[in-house]
Design a protein around this ligand. Structure first.
Ligand code: PPS
Length: 335
């Protein structure tokens, strides 16, 4: 299915028809809304058509930075950090008028699937083409659902994943928080079973991770693979590595002035949470109502211990280990 560059206004319905007509569905996924399976991955139903249209029409530029994550892996944090790194030339982190002191990270680094969803009745082309380079854009899509131009352009891709146990717990809290009024959540144990069966947004998580991991091994100059746990352990070091990977390493003079540390502080959980837009603002308020505050909960490694049993943890670890065997990377925070 081909469409115009960045998509035309009336293309969206073709993708909606495809989604509605032929794909396996779960009426209630691990939260309260339906999922569809497409080419081996499960999508929240409302995000599949926009993702497919993005895959077929988005034209990446060599200077683009694409942030790819499985949901609840620290996307919001990564968006903030990368935005600060890339734009530090005209927005110093200490600047009182820095955009992240007034806006959500999701506003300064939009999801591509959200742009396509929001422009279902008008072409997303002008918006995307009008964005100055370097564009920093985010996806949850698996690598195989990225537009071919991402690879062909040689643009940078930063992938962030997280221990699936913590990601599952975070996701359940989030889905509970954003569920439509009166909607019932899939019971916790059932939702965990679904997650273990791979039925999670843009999952199975292990397949989403494995695709990007393999790509980062094959194209290390263009695809960087990060873990939330490593970002937590050494945030300043990770930010330095990010800057180098993105082709804008910190100079000695910047390091002396404490720029990397200032970026980490600006993007810290406490700082982000205190920003009015993140405290009181809305991420979206249409048929879904999502507060910006829903993206900031605890931000801890190992919070799963409070919410799932050791037996459940071992089960999920076993599945992930088995699925990733031989891939050369490890995610497991052993119980
Ligand atoms: S989403 O919906 O996919 O964009 O959500 P995502 O941002 O990936 O995940 C939300 C979790 O990330 C935590 N978070 C942070 N951790 C550390 N530092 C900062 N600044 C930060 N901002 C958000 C957030 O609290 C969610 O994790 P949990 O475990 O639920 O606290």
């Amino acid at each position: 299915m081909a469409a115009g560059e960045n998509g035309c206004a009336n293309d969206f319905s073709k993708y909606e028809e495809l989604v509605a007509s032929s794909l396996p569905a779960y009426q209630q996924g691990i939260g309260s809304s339906p999922y569809r399976k497409y080419e081996g991955f499960w999508y929240p139903e409302h995000l599949l058509a926009p993702t497919l249209m993005m895959r077929d029409t988005f034209v990446a530029r060599p200077a683009d930075v694409i942030l790819a994550t499985t949901p609840k892996s620290g996307t919001t944090w990564l968006k903030a950090l990368v935005y600060c790194v890339v734009h530090r030339g005209h927005h110093a982190p200490a600047d009182e008028r820095h955009p992240l002191r007034a806006s959500s990270p999701h506003d300064v680094v939009p999801f591509l699937h959200s742009i396509y969803e929001d422009h279902r009745s008008a072409s997303p082309g002008p918006l995307l083409e009008g964005m100055p380079s370097p564009r920093v854009l985010a996806v949850h899509a698996p690598l195989t659902a990225l537009p071919a131009s991402v690879r062909e352009s040689g643009c940078r891709v930063v992938y962030l994943c997280r221990d699936p146990k913590d990601a599952f717990v975070s996701l359940r809290h989030y889905l509970d928080e954003i569920k439509p009024k009166g909607a019932a959540m899939t019971p916790f144990a059932e939702a965990f079973d679904l997650f273990c069966d791979g039925v999670s947004p843009f999952g199975p998580v292990w397949d989403n991770m494995a695709e990007y991991w393999n790509e980062s091994v094959a194209r290390p100059e263009e695809v960087m693979f990060l873990r939330y746990e490593d970002l937590k352990e050494d945030t300043v070091g990770s930010v330095r590595r990010l800057a180098a990977f993105l082709g804008c390493p910190f100079t000695d003079e910047e390091a002396e002035r404490g720029v990397p540390v200032a970026i980490v502080e600006l993007c810290s959980m406490d700082k982000m949470r205190s920003v009015e837009a993140n405290r009181d603002g809305m991420h979206r308020d249409d048929y879904l109502s999502i507060k910006n505050s829903a993206f900031f909960r605890k931000g801890e490694v190992g919070d799963w211990k409070v919410h799932i049993t050791l037996e459940m943890a071992r089960r999920l670890d076993g599945i992930v280990e088995e699925k990733l065997r031989g891939s050369g990377f490890s995610l497991i925070d052993q119980p």
